[in-house]
Structure formats: structure tokens, C-alpha cells
Ligand binder design. Sequence first.
Ligand code: NOJ
Length: 751
Amino acid sequence: MRYILFFAGLFFICLPGCQSDAQPRKTGIAQGGNDFIDSLMAEMTLEEKIGQLTLYTSGWDVTGPTLNDDYKQELVSGRVGGLFNAHTVGYARDLQRMAVEETRLGIPLLFGYDVIHGYKTIFPIPLAQACSWDLDMMRESARLSAKEAASAGLNWTFNPMVDIARDPRWGRIAEGGGEDTYLVSRIAEAKVKGYQGDDLTDPFTLLACVKHFAAYGAAQAGRDYHTVDMSERVLRETYLPPYKAAIDAGVATVMSSFNEVDGVPASGSSYLMKDILREEWGFQGFVVTDYTSINEMVPHGVVKDEKEAAALAINAGIDMDMQGGVFNQYLAQLVEEGKVPLAEIDNSVRLILQAKIDLGLFEDPYRYMDENREKETVFSTELMDHALESAKKSMVLLKNEEVNGSPLLPLSQSTRKIALIGPLADNKIDLLGTWHASGDESKVKTLLASLREAAPNADIQYVKGAGFEGDDQSGFEEAISAANAADLVIMAIGENYRQSGEAASRSQLGLPGPQQALLEKVHATGKPLVTVVMAGRPLTITWMHDNVPAILYAWHLGTQSGPAIADVLFGNYNPAGKLTITFPRNVGQIPIYYSMKNTGRPFLEEQKYTSKYLDVPNQPLYPFGHGLSYTTFSYGDVSLSQNSLDMGGSLTASVQVTNSGDREGEEVVQLYIRDLVGSVTRPVKELKGFQKISLQPGQSQTVTFTIHTDDLAFYTRDMSHKAEPGDFKVFIGTSSADTKEADFTLTDNSQ
Ligand code: NOJ
């Protein structure tokens, strides 16, 4: 406790001085407090310093080996700087009390948790949220989840996850924003600002942690934790920008990834942690490892034992050891042996103490621990309303064909007999999706209950029909008779929450278990059929696309899944989501993404020796950017303010978009460019902007984008980042595969 009291006095005395020489900093960590840190560090033993670099799990929600069961003993010895998976005010307060009152120096703890898409009130999985293309909504999701988590004793979230992912076999694709570098970078900024707000001392905010640095999403063959191997060009151009965007937005912490990059595990890579993160990008917060990734450098095979691993990590620029225990075990010895400079440890301690100051923990270590606030905030109306709103915005209507002369969706209130079939129809827990923190399934209203509420006059018969695993078909008969007796069938099928997320890679991406067989049997009844697919990744639903007239991709939408889906099915909400990840036709097409290169032999039907498969088209099942509405939009031609652009300048590209249908709707207007000739090959299309607009039936709007020279920059042959003169195409449209185009030339008059 003594340092808390001391801090109160010192803060008061030093404030004017601290302010006068304050420089704007690039991170969310505020200026000031250095005198305090100096005097605190002067009191600290080496062991206490190393303690600040140590984070342990409390034993809840463990996702890996727990190396230290006796973390409380370690805590009171001053050998712990933070805990994770310790939450609720009742639980965390006692741990904070131990740190503040029972340790020699009384330094308060950080409390981290994976608040990925909500703490208790669960919002859609991040991949689903991204499909809203609504940055304000995503920022608000982060703000509200911070508010809820911070009311429960937490002060740090391990989010946003901004790993670009182009392989849906990788289960963690659910946790990020999808395949596109530009879009995921914008989402990274929105989420950091949402979690951290403008002032970290505001007790409704959390420290954010951008992860997993770097390129974790490129695991070979989509197998989690697997090798990553890519050129520096691809690393810098495709994978690094979202982390950089988070840092420019002020993110307070960074998490290193499990994978290797160019042969060096990230937690031992000074190239990533020092050269790029600190020197190139100027990051001033602290870096925590992902779980035991320091220890894992032994099986990676770059060090012979954990002691060497600890030295490699700290010297590479890692500041905090999550759960590995190796900093605590070896750093003091390594300093004595001269293998780790004390300055490395001091640096890291400073950064971590600074984060605690920025949170206001030295002024009041219990500022996140108010039971009344927790009661008022958790599941508040504000959170539940946002859960509904964000769930509606995240769904993607993939297909909606006419049945008996009109599109099958939205459903008419006059539909009398509905059969609702599938393992997700009367389900709660799986709707919360992967990493649902402390999500409480008792607050979830099932789709069945929600449909009965939305259509009180309909007779809705529910049959589960199948599970998510194995091949038990004993429920099929009942499902088929319910379908036969109905006017319309809705099938709620897909993945359970454990089938995506960490350590949940899949080699086959069809509907898991007997669901495909059930779908085919129900389809054979000939009844009008709508599928609602809930999943954490794109599934290969090619048969479904070929046979089912209406497909709503609902992902895992969280606490308010049921009412949100019912609203879309009955037309109370007009869906506007667009895919931020390409849907392959089969696993053999992976990796497949819209911004591919052209190759030297682009596909030509009439020529055999061109780039293609013998058994599947090159095109995906659904392209990036695809998503339908209950209305239709027509696009005029693209007009440019000029056809020639000089280096350093900008031009505008406009298009008129008209709501050509008969109901109000929202449309995500997408801007792509292509650099036709570069010193290195360029993608066939790259997203450079988007605008989400809302139009009444018959209404038109001119949508204008400004294209700056900077938007055309890339890593040229000599690895400088710049635009090159030459010809460009501009595309504007409703998806990456459905655009209008225009041309311009970039000139460099200075040469
Ligand atoms: C491992 C995961 O990779 C990471 O994303 C998460 O934040 C930590 N475990 C802590 O739970």
C-alpha cells in the first residue's frame, strides 16, 4: 500500500512539470509518472522487478498447461505483475488486496481476460461483426464490452485479434476480420479506440492488446500453431498493416504469436519485436507473450532449454511472460551470468508500471471493483440492445431465389405451418460462438422461441434431427415427417461453438456430422426450404447453394442471436451484411481470396495450359464483398474527376447507386483498384475504400471516393514503399466480383 500513498503525493507534486515537457505519444499510454517510476524502481529488488514481468492465469478458462498452481503464494511474494482469467469484483478484489496489502511494495495487479466479442453479454463473433462493414458499430461493440468487463474487475482485454486469415480450415478465422488488409486495418483502429476510449483512467475502459504479432493467421494448411513461411514482401504488405494500424490508434499492449516467422518463433524475434515494432513503428507500450510461447521455443528447436528460451525472449524485446513462468525462474540467474542485461529488464518493468499508472491503479487499485456498478452494468439494456443491433447487422444473405413467383425471404406472416429443423434451432450455448468469455447461456433466447414470438399465428414444429458429430440418423424420420406436414421448412444448421476457434482446425469444411445427409433428406420432401447457417467460418456449402433457394449465413451471433435471426427471416430487418472472407467451393481451392495475382497464364476456357483445376472452377462459391438485400441496387458508370493523376495528388471516383427495389435498404459500396504494371506483380484487385449507404425505394445517391497517390503505394522491387507511375483501373461495385470500372494514369512529372 505504501507506494499507492506515495504515488498520490508524488503525482500531485510532479504534475505541472510532467505536463510541461509532455510530448504527444504514439501509444495510448499517457505521458508522465517517470519520477514515480524511478523512485519505485530504486526500491525494487531484481526478483520484484521480474515479478512485474510475470502474468499467471487464475485457473479459470485455461487453454494450455498451468505451470503454477500456487500463484497466490507467488503473488504475495511480489513475483506476479498481473493475472488473467480472474474476474467478477468479488473474486478479483481479494487478489488485488493481496497485491496491494500483502506484498512488500504494494504494486497493484493487471487483470486480463479474453474479452473477444463481449464479456457476459456476447456480441457476434468478430468475423461476423466485420461482415457489417460498420466501423462505428464495431467500435461501439468494443466500448460496451470494455464497459461491462471493466465493471467486473478487469482492466485489460486480449483483443483485437487482427490476424489476416485466408484459410477457413484455421478455426481462429472466427476471431478476426477476414482476408483483407485494408478492411482489417480499419477494424483494428475502431476496436482499439472502442476499448481504450480517450482516457485509460476512465474506469469504463480497458487496455487493449493487439494480437497475434505476427502473421499467426497464415499457419500452413490451416493447422493451428503450425509453421508460417512467407516472403518479407507478403509479410509487410498483407499481414503487418493491421497491427501497425492498431499501434497508430494507440493500442497499449501487443501479444506475440505462437508461430515462427522466417524460421524464428515470434517470441524470440528481435526483428519483429525490436526492429519493426519499436524502431520502425515507435510502439511505446509493452509486449506480452501468447501463453507459454517462450517455453515453446524449445520444441520449436531454436533453443535447447527453457533457460535459453527466457534469455532469447527478453533480449528479443518481450516484456511479459504469460503463464510460462520462465522469466520468474531464470531471469535473475541470467542477469548474474551476464546473459541478459539488467537494462532489458528495467525497460520492460518501466513499460508495465507505466501501463498501471495510465490505468490509474496507483491512485486507486480498486477503481474497477465496485459491486454496485457491476450489478448495474452486466446485461444492462444498453448492452442487450447493442447485442441485438450488431447481430442483425452481421448476417449475410447469400442467396434468395424466387419460389412460386417471389423471393422466398422474407417470410410472410401468413405462413401457417413451419417445420424448424436442426441442432441449432433450440440451442443456446453454441449460438455464443468461440471465445465467449463469461457469456451466460441462460440469457440466450433460442431461435425456436424467437420465431414463435415473431410469428404468433404460425404453428412451428421443432425437430432437432441431427447432432454435430458422428453419423446418428435416428432423428431423420421425425424431421422428414415434420417437413412433410409443413408449408415451409427452416433448417438451423452449422457448427457448434467448439468447432471453430483456437485448436479447432478442420480439414473438411462441410456441415459437420450427419447434417448434410439430413439436409438432403429434408430437401427431398420438396417443401420450400430456408437454411440458416450458424458457424465460425465459411463452410463449403456448394450442394446447399445448388439446391436450396434461400440461405442466410448467420455465423455465431451471440446472446441475441435468436431475435436477430427472426427479425431478418420475417423482414423486420433488411439484411445488409457482406462477406469479408471468400467462400470456397471445396477445400481444394484453399487458399482462395479476391486479391490474387493474375499469373502468367490466367485461365482461358479454350486453352488447356492455363491456370485452373480440372474438377472445380477457379471462382469461389461466394466472392469477398458478396451479400444480398431484400431490395436491389443498380450501379451507374464510374466517373473520375480526371484520367491522369500526378504523383502526390489525388482524384475522385464517383458512381450513382439507386435502390431499384421496393423497400428501404443499406448497401456497402466498395472501391477497388488494380495497378496494371508494376516492378513486382500486383493483385488483380485491392480494396481501397467503402461506404455504407441507406436508400429509400427509388432513391439514388452519388457515392464519391478520393484516391490519393498513397493509396497506390506498395513494396516495389527494391522494397521501398511507394506508388509507381503507370496505368490503373478503378472498380466500384456491390462485391469484389460485380463492379463497374474506369481507368487512369499515374504520372511522375518530377522525373
Ligand atoms: C492463447 C490464445 O492464443 C490467445 O489469443 C489468448 O489471448 C491467450 N491464450 C490467453 O487466453
